[in-house]
Design a protein around this ligand. Sequence first.
Ligand code: GLP
Length: 242
Amino acid sequence: MEIRIFDTPEEAGKAAADIIVETVVANPAAVLGLATGATPLPVYREMIRRYEKGDVTFSKTVTFNLDEYSSLPRKAESSYYTFMWSNLFSRIDIDGDNVHILDGCAPDKAAECARFDGMIEEAGGVDVQLLGIGTNGHIGFNEPADEFTGGTFEVKLSQSTRDSNIKYFADGNMPEYALTIGIGTIMKAKKILLMATGESKAKAIYAAVKGEVTPRCPASVLQNHPDAVFLLDKAAAKLLED
Ligand code: GLP
C-alpha cells in the first residue's frame, strides 16, 4: 500500500478528488465506489468545484455506494441516500439512473444484496473505490469479525460504530443493522483510496498499516491489495513512524 500524508484534511481530500477526476476524464463512463461519513466531504466538495469549473463531466459516470442503514427510508434525514444526494449528486451532472445505493428497506434483504453484487459485476467492476475507516478499523460496515466477509450482506452494527454514528440521528433512533458491500467485493476494485483524518483514527490507521492482516481490523486486508493508497492528514498518521 502507498501512504500519503497531508497537512490538512482538505489537502488529503483534494488529492483523492484529483485521482477520481483524472479517472473520469480518462474514461467518462468510469465506475466509482463511494463512501459516506464526514471524512469524504472534502473530496466531494472538490469534485463539485472541478465540475463547476468545467474540468470534468460525470454525465456517464456510474456510482455504487458502500452501504446503507437497514429499515431506514431513503428520504430519512440520516440515510446515506440523503447524504449522497445532498453532498454530491444533486450538485454535479450525474445521471440518477447511474447512481446505485442499497435499499435498506427492501423487503428481501438477501435479494437486495445479491442484486447489488450483480449490478457491480455487470458494470465491469469498480475502477476507483473511496473508503473511510471506523475507529475500530471497519470499512464500509464490515465490522471486526472472525473472518473476512465476501459479497454484500446485512450486518449487525457493533457498539463502537453505534457510539460513533449516533450523533447523526437527531432522535437517537439509530438502526441496529445495515447493508454493506463485503470485503471480497471491496478487494475486487481496481484502485482503492482510503482516506482518514483526525486523531480519533490514528490507532485504526496504525493497526491497518503496521499490524497483521486480520479480520479483527478489517482495513488491514488492504495490505494485500495491489493498488491501495492511504490518504491521511498528520493527525490520523500520528502513530506511523516512517
Ligand atoms: C460509517 C460508514 C463508513 C465510514 C465511517 C467513518 O460507519 N459506514 O463507511 O468510513 O462511518 O465515518 P467518518 O468519516 O464520519 O468518521
